[in-house]
Design a protein around this ligand. Structure first.
Ligand SMILES: O=C(O)CCC(=O)C(=O)O
Length: 363
């Protein structure tokens, strides 16, 4: 991990740049023309612009009507296969907690720079206040800052690496992470059942409830004077298992790949956005899709989002579940630990689906 000891260039906080009043962004943030957040591709029609990722009401799983429960399970199944993304409502996490989480983190990013700098992160663990992903010298950077921390396993939970200010922050992180990890556990069971596996099989492949990895990345996307030239977060698929995203309630920004197009997610009030990560694509032998996504920025409003990453225990080998490997559909991926796997994004930064595709051993 030697290459991950330090950043290759001095860190510049994007928020400080944005607040300095610049009217043109530095070259370091200007994406090549093919990577910019383009206007509609010529062959894209209005219907595609209107499209949204599926929205699923989890309350229906408690219905007395079996047909409603089955329809809901089927909607989750097709969302995992066709979109890799969906929104969930009536998920059991309180609206008050969701609002408090956004407000608390907005408050953190609103603190003076020197307070936040105390938590500056390093690429060896990424824990703390950060402004880049990847350690490639000269890389074009994204227009965002973030805070990254570990919640699970409990042995990695270190309160001194969580912000002490605002004073409610550490308690909020505990509460929010506990609630979202619980929801991810429920989703894991549904996804497992939908694949025809035992309810706990995916969870067990991740190491079981006590051993899974869970980390929180809070993204802060400052206003940008030239949003057409850059991205808040470059296209990538998530390296882990499952991501539960609390988007900004007022500002859209997340775009999900659908074929040749990028669909801008329209967040539904009080919903979480769920997406399949690369480890789940591997475990499901590519039945579930880990889909590329990116974030666009704008010149009018800052945006905050909280991504809870639910991951396998980092030293377990992850490979396609035996039941999903057949003569007609051989194992598409060789076994690999999550520790080995995430070294790629930690070194190279967000790079589309380059890694999971490069691991395919058949097809
Ligand atoms: O901010 C968002 O909407 C998406 C964030 C994301 O993709 C991530 O943190 O990996």
């Amino acid at each position: 991990m030697n290459c991950l000891q330090s950043w290759p260039e001095p860190i510049v906080r994007v928020q400080s740049l944005a607040e300095s009043g610049i009217t043109a962004i530095p070259d370091l943030y200007i994406k090549p023309p093919t990577k910019r957040p383009s206007l509609l591709p010529a062959n894209c029609n209005q219907a595609e612009v209107e499209v949204n990722i599926p929205v699923i009401d989890l309350q229906n799983l408690l219905s007395q009507e079996e047909s409603l429960r089955e329809t809901t399970l089927r909607s989750i199944s097709s969302a995992c296969r066709e979109w890799g993304f969906f929104q969930v409502v009536n998920h059991g996490v309180s609206e008050e907690l969701m609002k408090r989480a956004r407000d608390t983190w907005r408050e953190f990013f609103g603190l003076p720079l020197d307070v936040k700098q105390e938590y500056s992160n390093k690429p060896s663990t990424y824990e703390g206040y950060g402004s880049r992903l990847g350690v490639e010298k000269g890389a074009i950077l994204d227009w965002s800052d973030y805070y990254f921390l570990h919640y699970m396993p409990a042995s990695l939970r270190n309160h001194s690496k969580w912000p002490a200010l605002p004073s409610s922050c550490r308690k909020l992180i505990e509460e929010y992470s506990e609630a979202t990890v619980r929801l991810c556990g429920t989703l894991m069971k549904l996804l497992s059942q939908n694949l025809g596996l035992e309810e706990d099989q995916l969870l067990n492949a991740f190491g079981g409830e006590e051993n899974i990895g869970a980390c929180l990345r809070v993204n802060f996307y400052p206003k940008c004077p030239q949003p057409d030239l850059t991205l808040g977060l470059s296209e990538h698929s998530d390296p882990g298992g499952l991501t539960l995203l609390l988007p900004d309630e007022n500002v859209a920004g997340l775009q999900v790949r659908k074929g040749q197009n990028w669909v801008t997610v329209k967040p539904v009030p009080n919903a979480f956005i769920v997406n399949i990560g690369d480890q789940m694509q591997v475990l499901s032998n590519a039945i579930y899709k880990s889909v590329e996504h990116r974030v666009i920025v704008n010149s009018v409003k800052d945006r905050v989002s909280l991504a809870l990453f639910y991951n396998p225990k980092s030293d377990l080998l992850i490979q396609p579940a035996k039941k999903l490997v057949t003569k007609d559909r051989p194992a598409l991926y060789a076994p690999m630990t999550f520790d080995q796997y995430r070294l790629f994004i930690r070194t190279k930064g967000p790079c589309g689906k380059a890694q999971v595709e490069s691991l395919k051993s058949y097809e």
